[in-house]
Write a protein that binds this ligand. Structure first.
Ligand SMILES: Cc1cc2nc3c(=O)[nH]c(=O)nc-3n(C[C@H](O)[C@H](O)[C@H](O)COP(=O)(O)OP(=O)(O)OC[C@H]3O[C@@H](n4cnc5c(N)ncnc54)[C@H](O)[C@@H]3O)c2cc1C
Length: 414
């Protein structure tokens, strides 16, 4: 089959790999000059297969006002009074129940486990070089209440197959001695051995290298913006670009935040809202963490990528605004320097901002779009796009091939 993939971020490229291995003829279109240049560029670098609990959880609605009132808080909301934002927030609020949150966690754990297996497989099989490390992940909590909540989540996820350990302060410091400077604000933590880290943009570039070099039937058209989806007879028949129309038998919508605009004329209102985040990437010049660390009190993640440290955080609901907010960068830098003061000389910072394509429930949308049987969604991975990319791609590839998805995937129905 001829399949056209719209979007060469990590989700689109993982899909290209799975479809190429199934023997399809694949064309990948992207507006940018190369792979992984948008949200997949400098994310938190966490392959975080056990930390998939949705953002919409019981109690979050009550914590939100406190986070929003704190200028250094992990979230910001700028009401734009659009129907899209209001409806997203309403659906988010409605998803903040234990029943929905537990069901979402179970579904995402299944998808993440598949993703882990396939990410390990592609990394070894194709000898991908993207600063991958089987680092393990330590999430540290500032107080006993937070730790008690984490323990309950660990127990819930243990029943769903996760293996995690709750640690006291001394055990956290033994796991990651670089945390010594914030020892006094650590009550304990959760250690997950099975978590990995890697550079998402390099992963994208490596997939392109493999797909170009092997016997796969894959072509790339970078620098090609898709301006319209062409339809006839109830099917999508082409993707219009300034350089002509790309035809195919099936299309995969993997445009991240770009999907809404293209899908709208087809009567599809894609329920993803941008959660804006920031990252810094600093050269390691001193004592930096060896394992991936999440500081829950600030909601900041740290990952070692070879000789660099990636620091990421913030989730701002401020629309699709790609401008840097210097106050947010300043906060992230201050938090990072406070947590790992000796990690770097903090002169070279490489700031970056990106928009997580988030659904209200945190469940991605995988499979045919309503009313358009040959337009397959692979969208809405939100804060976990790198983590879930290979699993999401496999589910979509199964559906395109007419096979039963290899995991129970009804929760991800588009
Ligand atoms: C601060 C931050 C930290 C994060 N940390 C992590 C993390 O630690 N772990 C994790 O798993 N995930 C993380 N994420 C989330 C992850 O980065 C995203 O979920 C993922 O990159 C989304 O990939 P994508 O392929 O769907 O979108 P993108 O990477 O945005 O790719 C979409 C592509 O579509 C193209 N496109 C859009 N519109 C058009 C058009 N009209 N025509 C042609 N091309 C078009 C774009 O150029 C782009 O290349 C983080 C995100 C942020 C912002």
């Amino acid at each position: 089959m001829r399949v056209c993939i719209l979007g060469a971020g990590v989700v689109g490229l993982a899909t290209a790999y799975q479809l190429a291995r199934d023997g399809h003829a694949v064309t990948v279109l992207d507006a940018e000059p190369g792979p992984g240049m948008v949200t997949s560029f400098a994310n938190g670098a966490q392959l975080s297969y056990s930390y998939v609990a949705p953002f919409a959880a019981p109690g979050v609605a009550w914590k939100l006002p406190g986070w929003l009132a704190d200028p250094d808080g992990p979230m910001r909301l700028r009401p734009d009074f659009t129907w899209h934002q209001i409806r997203w927030l309403w659906r988010f609020w409605r998803a903040c129940t234990a029943t929905q949150s537990n069901a979402t966690t179970a579904a995402l754990l299944r998808l993440a486990a598949l993703s882990r297996e396939l990410t390990h497989d592609v990394t070894a099989r194709e000898r991908l070089d993207y600063a991958f490390s089987a680092s393990g992940k330590l999430v540290v909590y500032p107080d006993d209440a937070g730790l008690a909540g984490a323990r309950a989540q660990v127990e819930l996820q243990a029943r769903m197959g996760s293996r995690q350990e709750v640690l006291d302060r001394a055990e956290c410091l033994a796991r990651e001695p670089a945390l010594a400077s914030i020892a006094s604000r650590i009550a304990g933590g959760v250690w997950t051995e099975s978590e990995d880290a890697g550079d998402c943009q390099l992963f994208c570039a490596e997939l392109v290298r493999v797909l170009r070099a092997s016997n796969f039937d894959v072509s790339f058209r970078f620098g090609t913006r898709v301006t319209q989806l062409l339809t006839a007879g109830g099917r999508v028949v082409g993707a219009a670009t300034p350089h002509g129309v790309q035809e195919a038998d099936a299309f995969v919508l993997a445009l991240g935040m770009g999907a809404r605009a293209l899908a709208r004329p087809l009567g599809l209102d894609v329920p993803i809202y941008p959660l804006k985040g920031y990252s810094l990437t600093v050269p390691i010049t001193g004592v930096a963490p060896a394992v991936s660390v999440t500081d829950i009190s600030q909601k900041v993640v740290y990952a070692r990528l070879g000789s660099r440290l990636r620091i990421a955080g913030m989730a701002d609901l401020v629309g699709a605004d790609m401008r840097f907010d210097n106050a947010r960068l300043d906060t992230l830098l201050r938090q990072a320097r406070g947590t790992f003061p000796d990690a770097s000389d903090w002169r070279e910072l490489r700031p970056w901002t990106g928009l997580r394509p988030a659904t209200p429930t945190s469940l991605p949308m995988l499979g045919p779009a309503p009313g358009w049987p040959n337009l397959h969604c692979n969208l809405g991975q939100g804060a976990l796009g790198f983590t879930l990319a290979m699993g999401s791609a496999a589910v979509v590839a199964d559906m395109i091939a007419g096979r039963a998805p290899r995991i129970e995937a009804r929760a991800f129905s588009a």
